[in-house]
Structure formats: C-alpha cells, structure tokens
Ligand binder design. Structure first.
Ligand SMILES: [Ca+2]
Length: 170
C-alpha cells in the first residue's frame, strides 16, 4: 500500500461515528502520587475548532465521583468557574478513571477539548487544581456504551492552564 493510501485509510478509520465517547485517564499531571483526575469542561467537536456537540443535557457517567457536586455533569454544564468532575481514585494504567458522554446518536468527533480546573484562585487547593488534569489518556468510542474502541491516545500532557481549553485533534 502506498503512503498516501495508508494516510487516507487512517483518516477514514478516525472518522468512525460513535454514540458514546469516553475519556479514559491513566495518569494525571500530578504523576499518580495522590488525588483523582479533575476536568472542568469537555467539548466534543465534529470539526476542528467547530461547535461543541455536548450540552448541559448530555447524559454523562463516570467511573467514580469524589463527592456530591463533583459528578461528570460538571463537564458539560458550559460553566468554567465552578466545581470540576473529580474522581475518587487516583488513575493509573491498572486502575483507570473515565467519564462517558452519550450523544444520543452516532456522531463523528474530530476534536476533543478539555478545560482542566475551576477559577484561578482555586489553583493549589485540593479542588480545582490544574495538577489533576489528565497527563495520559485515551479518547474512546462505542455504540453500545460498554465495548469501547480506542480512537486516539495522548501522553505527556503537562503544564495545563486553568484559564484555557486544550484541544486534541483525533
Ligand atoms: Ca464545567
């Protein structure tokens, strides 16, 4: 197969439409010492830089939630200054933490954007700190909500800003 054919095949493979999208975290920027993963907002974009497919009514589910008020709905409420989703456990390769979003129908997602934490004055506190943003994670898709396929893995994500989204093209 020629190189351009391989590249085209990869692009086609990446364009699979899924109803369920999942962020599967295996390490936070804190390095796995302690603390769960925290993400304040997620955008699932059909095109790079395009509109967000999630809304405050998008059903969400997480592997764990630290406390009431820190559930996965915090990631789709379009509010960057409040509490993030915070997992109970510290994610690792053997014990990942994840959050799942249901778009209702299969849809292509070309870019995922993550906003790691709450308001700037929360930096350094136990809640809302950028150090609990995901360092290593996999974006996954499924149509049954259970059997996920890896779409793209990202590693080494450090030095997050608590005032900006970070975008990941799929
Ligand atoms: Ca939010």
């Amino acid at each position: 197969m020629l190189l351009w054919q391989k590249l085209l095949a990869q692009q086609v493979a990446a364009a699979v439409a899924y109803r369920y999208w999942r962020i599967y975290v295996t390490l936070t920027d804190a390095g796995g010492g302690s603390g769960g993963v925290q993400i304040n907002e997620v955008e699932l974009r059909a095109t790079v830089g395009g509109p967000d497919l999630t809304s405050p009514s998008t059903p969400s589910l997480a592997s764990s939630t630290l406390a009431p008020g820190y559930g996965p709905t915090q990631m789709v409420n379009n509010f960057l200054l409040g509490a993030p989703w915070a997992s109970t456990g510290t994610p690792s390769t053997g014990s990942p933490e994840w959050a799942r979003f249901d778009l209702g129908t299969p849809q292509v997602v070309r870019e995922v954007a993550l906003h790691p934490s709450g308001k700037p004055d929360e930096e350094g506190s136990s809640i809302g700190s950028v150090i609990y943003a995901p360092r290593n994670f996999i974006i996954q898709g499924a149509n049954d909500g259970t059997n996920f396929t890896d779409v793209k893995a990202f590693t080494g994500q450090t030095a997050w800003s608590n005032t900006a989204f970070r975008s990941f093209a799929l």
